[in-house]
Every structure is written in C-alpha cells, then in structure tokens.
Design a protein around this ligand. Sequence first.
Ligand SMILES: NC(=O)c1ccc[n+]([C@@H]2O[C@H](COP(=O)([O-])OP(=O)(O)OC[C@H]3O[C@@H](n4cnc5c(N)ncnc54)[C@H](OP(=O)(O)O)[C@@H]3O)[C@@H](O)[C@H]2O)c1
Length: 248
Amino acid sequence: MRQFGLIGKKLSHSFSKKYFTEKFAREHIADAAFELYELPQAQDFLALVARLPQLRGVTVTIPYKLEVMPLLHHIAATARRIGAVNVIKIGPGGRLSGHNSDYVGFRQSLERFLGGVRPRALVLGTGGASRAVGTALEDLGLPHTYVSREAGQRPGCLTYQGLKQQPLANYPLIINTTPLGTYPNVAECPDLAYEQLGPGHFLYDLVYNPEQTELMRRGAAQGAQVKNGLEMLYLQAEEAWRIWNEAD
Ligand SMILES: NC(=O)c1ccc[n+]([C@@H]2O[C@H](COP(=O)([O-])OP(=O)(O)OC[C@H]3O[C@@H](n4cnc5c(N)ncnc54)[C@H](OP(=O)(O)O)[C@@H]3O)[C@@H](O)[C@H]2O)c1
C-alpha cells in the first residue's frame, strides 16, 4: 500500500482527504490511501517519514508551507522562486523533494478563465497564496500590482486607500488572495470601489466556500466575469498526484 497525506497544524476542515479517497475509489487505484497528519511542529515531518516507510507524498498546509523547506533535499525551481512548498514527494532512499502545485493550479485555471485576454492585474493580499499567484502572473507576462492593508509589504504595493485614488478600469483583472468572504463570514469582501466594475472586468476569487462569494456577487451585479477557487483547488490536487507518480 502506498500512503499519501496532508500535513498541517490543525486539519479538521480538509478538502484533500475526501478528494483523494473519492479519486482512488472512482479510478480503481487500489494500492493507495490518504490520511491527515496533524503535526505540532514542521520538524515532526521527519519523524513521520521515519515512522511510515510506505509514505510516498504529502500536501502541506498552513502554517508549514515555508517551515518545511529547510527539511528537504531538493526544491523545484518554481517552488524556490515562490518561496513556498505545498507538495512533498518522498522518493527512493527517503529523498524529500518540494514542489508548489498552487502555482500550476492557479495558472491553468486563470488561463482558462481569460481565454487569451492579457489584462493588467491587481492581487489583493500579500500572504502565501499571493506569492504563487504573483509568480504565475509573472510567467504569463501579465503586469500586476499587489494591494495590502499595510504599505510597503511588496515593492510597488498599494494600500486599499491608495487604490481608491485611481480608477479600477486601470486593472481589468482582480484576484482575491485574502480569506475575506470565506464561510462563515460570507458577508465580508475586499474594500473596493465596486461601482467602478464593469463588463470589461475579470474577478478571480481564490476562496471556494461559498461557491459565490460576496466579491463575486458584487462583481457579477456590475456585469463583470467572475470565477471562484474551486477549479484551482482540483487542479492543484491533480498536480500533486502527478508529482507523486512521476518517474524518479
Ligand atoms: N483555491 C485554492 O486552491 C486555494 C489555494 C491556496 C489558498 N487559497 C485561499 O486563499 C486564501 C489565502 O490563503 P493564504 O495561504 O495566502 O493565507 P495567508 O498567508 O493568511 O494570507 C492571506 C493574506 O490576506 C490578507 N488578509 C488577511 N486577513 C485580511 C482581512 N481581514 N482583510 C483584508 N486582507 C486580509 C493579508 O494580506 P495583507 O496583510 O497584505 O493585507 C494576508 O497576508 C485563503 O482563503 C485560502 O483558502 C485557495
């Protein structure tokens, strides 16, 4: 049996276990199982690998996407540029390699959404997910500006107040990487001049629960095209599976 899993500090609401368990059943993958591993500290991952010789790969969630990096033997170039790892492959001889499937999931999903349009983008939030998003935008050649609650988080970063000094028409693509609007706080949304949105805007929300966030609802009411983070979530899980099964 090949064992896979998710590591994190608190894992009560995990999408991954349900997703992979259903995938293994649906695709008749009989030699694989998926478990949740709550670890008090990132370093406990090494003891987990030693304890479970059948462990072939894990996904990594908050708060360990950065902290696991020094524990690994190899980090793929894109994950190194992003500065975060959310997939670890355990290869022959216990070789640990780090990857970032959020990047792939977001990039593929965004390309489907835009269908060839190449807009200037705003990235709301400067946390972990924003780094994968920013790197994907860079690789797609899409100019982008970060927006944060605090000045100076990234070079050229705007605050929400600073953003209000210019028209939102300057940014036809707006990507929400903040948790605002996530269940149960479904009435929350980023502080934007929503009345300035129009049919020329694309709003991509990384939040996937609820399926229509307040940001999406307000954007759609103005005629904007909207998309939630569900497709990204599925694509990043499939990318993790591909990495774990890649020949060494
Ligand atoms: N769909 C997917 O596959 C997928 C993948 C990864 C993450 N996500 C989602 O993306 C979201 C962010 O994840 P993350 O790992 O990047 O989290 P994170 O590291 O905590 O970063 C979130 C950022 O959002 C901003 N923020 C936080 N609270 C805020 C508030 N009350 N008001 C305004 N801004 C706020 C902060 O940026 P500033 O301090 O600069 O304002 C923060 O750095 C989560 O909802 C997560 O579920 C989805």
